[in-house]
Design a protein around this ligand. Structure first.
Ligand SMILES: Cc1ncc(COP(=O)(O)O)c(C=O)c1O
Length: 405
């Protein structure tokens, strides 16, 4: 299969959007971080795989799909710098973390650690896993803004490990969500290992966004979405498991290959649609052909800085209080003023998001962080500064209208 129809000779920005993406006309998408976006040529690859499956289901499942899956596994492993035998596909990062936490065996007293910045679905996974075992607990490490330095984070973890030697697993973020903080991951993994704690990484946003070398990183397990920043169709994430843990890690769904190798087990989890996974190879090709990490992150991080600065000035707002070294290259967070129309609750954030979407046709993330509404913007190769300027104007209109009421 070839990647067809890619126009890689276009400039990033409006032309890239027009040529290579299929967004609804008249809509502005400034929220790539939530669901990613699939280039037209990668959508086409997936459709061709679906057609092949429909033409001859027996050939697809009995003969062809494992070969395609392994090719894609190899492309994903090369992209993440690891041995393909240690990397498998799962539907999403939530499944990746659930897989590791629920494969692990615990004894009374064990602690599963997450933080106040952990993605809620993952925090709930820690709690739900602990509840499966008598005497096992989950604990939340308190991390509040402002964050002064990476050292401050490492010290908090170290203090916790010192006073809680029963900590079995720490779920570490690569980039938090919705707060978009880049955590000092390598240092935290080293710290975990010094205290005999398994380091399980929620790298939901990391592939394609941060330069991750999974072999050097040394986490016990790492999951990351490819459907966010690597342009694969949804649902496609990777799960990397250190060789020494293969014996106890199994898919959440027990199937025919239960007693075989890690990749054979994760390939066969009943009869599923593998087409997002087997398209990953082509999404990686798209990523590389439009310029690879240097060019993509070069463009998107400059755009994020400019957009961030513009919105802050326009709204006279505050950025999230974190050191520059912990800022995500392609996502920025801005505190919004407290507004009477939109309470600082989940319902308030949904109402705000809905109004921006339907009044102005703009997609952005609005979330509650530490009791206040915050805006999170994402930047991608199809975005331009003009789009964030328009967002700032629209936000200002909403804020000024609220003040008049
Ligand atoms: C830090 C973090 N963890 C986990 C997830 C869950 O990703 P998914 O819904 O693809 O499982 C997200 C999604 O945005 C995230 O940002």
């Amino acid at each position: 299969m070839e990647l067809e129809g890619l126009n890689d000779a276009v400039e990033f920005g409006a032309e890239m959007r027009e040529e290579n993406f299929s967004f609804q006309e008249g809509e502005t998408f400034l929220n790539h971080g939530s669901y990613g976006s699939v280039p037209k040529c990668v959508q086409q690859v997936r459709r061709r795989f679906l057609d092949e499956m429909s033409r001859h289901p027996d050939d697809w499942y009995r003969r062809n799909v494992y070969k395609y899956w392994q090719e894609s596994q190899k492309a994903a492993a090369d992209f993440m710098h690891c041995d393909p035998k240690d990397l498998v596909f799962v539907e999403n990062a939530t499944t990746g973390i659930n897989t590791i936490l629920k494969s692990c065996r615990y004894k009374a007293g064990d602690i599963l650690l997450y933080t106040t910045l952990t993605y809620k679905a993952i925090a709930y996974t820690c709690q739900a896993t602990a509840e499966l075992y008598e005497g096992v607990k989950s604990a939340e490490l308190d991390i509040q803004f402002p964050i002064a330095s990476e050292d401050e984070i490492c010290e908090k973890y170290e203090d916790f490990f010192k006073s809680n030697p029963e900590t079995k697993i720490a779920v570490l973020d690569a980039i938090t969500s919705p707060s978009a903080v880049v955590m000092p991951l390598k240092r935290l993994i080293t710290l975990c290992h010094r205290y005999g704690v398994l380091a399980v990484v929620d790298g939901a946003h990391a592939p394609g966004l941060l330069p991750v070398n999974l072999t050097e990183l040394g986490a016990d397990a790492f999951t990351g979405n490819f459907h966010k920043w690597v342009y694969t169709p949804r649902s496609c994430a990777i799960l990397h498991v250190k060789r020494e843990h293969h014996s106890w890690v199994h898919p959440l769904v027990t199937s025919w290959n239960q007693h075989l190798t890690l990749d054979e087990q994760f390939f066969l989890v009943g009869t599923i649609d593998h087409t997002a996974y087997v398209s990953a190879k082509y999404a990686v090709e798209f990523y590389q052909r439009i310029g690879g990490m240097d060019k993509i992150i070069g463009y998107t991080s400059k755009l994020a800085s400019e957009a961030h600065e513009y919105i802050l000035k326009k709204l006279k707002a505050e950025p999230l209080q974190i050191p520059q070294s912990m800022e995500s290259p392609t996502m920025r967070v801005i505190q919004l003023p407290d507004l009477s129309q939109y309470p600082c609750t989940r319902e308030g954030s949904i109402a705000f998001h809905t109004d921006i979407r339907y009044k102005y046709n703009i997609q952005c993330a609005i979330e509650v962080i530490q009791g206040h509404l915050h805006l999170r913007i994402s930047t991608q190769v199809y975005n331009t500064l003009e789009e964030y300027k328009r967002l700032a104007d629209c936000l200002l209109e909403v804020i000024q209208a609220d003040k008049k009421n």
